[in-house]
Design a protein around this ligand. Structure first.
Ligand code: IMP
Ligand code: MG
Length: 191
């Protein structure tokens, strides 16, 4: 079914711009520089978690000066009940790269409860990479249910639903260049 929201209409349910474009880009440059220092002289594989991580990946990699390759992974998180049964997210798209003995850095848009990234870490660490670390743009720290070490983090944010810069509302608005807070009371997708 055709989605009726005009791309310009986000103003109606944007409660505030949490992270403006220039602040995002400056911080991403800093994170990229830190990664470049830490992996100096080493080979690196960036693994982007689809779909929310794509804008972050594209901007971050332009600030990474060590040689690196890319791969992509898509996972679905289960509900809490199913999660406690299986302990793992489902892989919808797996890597094409053999990560054995590689330096792997996961690129994620946001860590909320922590279950998704924790599950990806478990799946990938079983493949015996040389190193496996996490780089998340946003950390909703107060929502964490299981501890996950965020080796690199762009911003710690409050417990609010955010969109833009890769993060979606019902799959839309990922293209916005800033991170905004959704005013849920004003969001009416059916018009
Ligand atoms: P977790 O497993 O609870 O850490 O969930 C992380 C995933 O939930 C992220 O990869 C996002 O896809 C999604 N998510 C969590 N919070 C938000 C948000 O505020 N806006 C958009 N997506 C979110
Ligand atoms: Mg995600």
């Amino acid at each position: 079914m055709f989605h009726e929201i005009d791309m310009q209409d986000y103003h109606e349910f944007l409660s505030e711009i949490l992270i403006p474009e220039d602040v995002l880009q400056n911080r991403i440059a800093e994170v990229g520089a830190k990664i470049s220092r830490d992996y100096h002289g080493q080979d690196l594989l960036l693994v982007c978690i689809l779909r929310g991580g794509v804008l972050f990946l594209a901007d971050l990699m332009r600030h990474i000066t060590v040689p690196h390759t890319l791969d992509f992974m898509a996972v679905s998180s289960y509900g809490v009940g199913a999660r406690s049964t299986t302990g793992q997210a489902r892989i919808n798209l797996d890597l094409n790269t053999d990560i054995h003995n590689r330096n792997v850095l996961l690129i994620e848009d946001i860590v909320d409860s922590g279950y998704t990234i924790k599950s990806v870490m478990e799946i990938l660490s079983a493949r015996k990479p040389k190193t496996l670390r996490i780089c998340a743009l946003l950390d909703k720290a107060e929502r964490r249910e299981i501890p996950v070490p965020l080796d690199y983090c762009g911003f710690t944010i409050p417990d609010k639903f955010v969109f833009g810069y890769g993060l979606d509302i019902d799959e839309y608005y990922r293209n916005l260049p800033f991170v905004g807070v959704l005013d849920i009371a004003k969001y009416h997708p059916e018009g």
